[in-house]
Ligand binder design. Sequence first.
Ligand code: SF4
Length: 352
Amino acid sequence: MKVREFRQYLLRWYRTCHRSFPWREDPTPYRVWISEIMLQQTQAKTVIPYYRRFLERFPSIESLARAAEHEVLELWSGLGYYSRARNIHRAARLMLERHGEFPRDLAAIRALPGIGRYTAGAVCSLAFHQAQPIVDGNIRRVITRLEGIQKSVPEKLFWDRMSRWIPERQPSDFNQAMMELGALVCLPSRPLCCDCPVERLCEARRLRIQDIIPAARPRRAVQQTEAVILILENKRRLLLTSLHTFSVIPGKWGLPCSQVLRGKSLKDTANALSLKILGRTVPLILCAKIGHSITNHRITAHGFFCRGDFRVLGLRRTKGFRWATPAECGRLLTSSLFHKALAKYRAIDAEE
Ligand code: SF4
């Protein structure tokens, strides 16, 4: 690989062809960090509104560190993988305790919760302009094709290549250009080689094997799950629980729910759940069917609704349960599955 030539072509292309994202404006370490964590497992167009809201509410490490965890989780609601939000919150507090600001040193950044080699490298290069490499799925694919790699190679090879290629000047643009090339031109299938700024340096293109490397990884089998959700209303308040046994995210507020076991009917499962929570069955009406996906899991949830005077059962004083108005539910619920159920409830309520 002619490294100088490669950098030159790539950087020239990036200057004119990169996409604009809110995190590319004013890339402070804090903003780069938040965006990189949000972008893990999530597409850029999905992240944009979440990123804007998050930065508006928590514009600095200090404001994030001062917040209560539930506030952070509320803003994260819908993005999934809530451990990322908890780690961000813990890391903000640790940063201030240990360093008083965002640390500049790669090792110190990596020592914070939820920050791996990639994220630390992204902060160091994009915000501090240090020549630190990063490797993600896009970059791995671009390197595989540029070098015409036809067999499985250790991860170290990709990091070594990026360490060798990244320039001391413009490390931020270089890292972003590699990712952008993978996202816009060197696509997983049918790469747009005719539009590629480094086509003449590409081994896969020379060998005409760009469409077959890297070999596609076998897709993980989709797992289907059925669940029931209870929407129990008492005087315009809904019953929420944070008990591990009935909730999707342990320790966080959710509507009571339960998986439908093989051989059990929806109604039996809903009744059994009601019995466990209320100590008796109540007249439940099947009112909603909600589809929800998390990675390779497809959840079909069936919402059962009942309106009644449940407070007589003393639930209000039971730990792990609470009654909340729909507006409070909107703030307290952290899973988009429950937000979908809440939307169905609102629709029923509006019809009546
Ligand atoms: S020439 Fe084609 S295969 Fe090679 S890096 Fe460019 S887009 Fe990818």
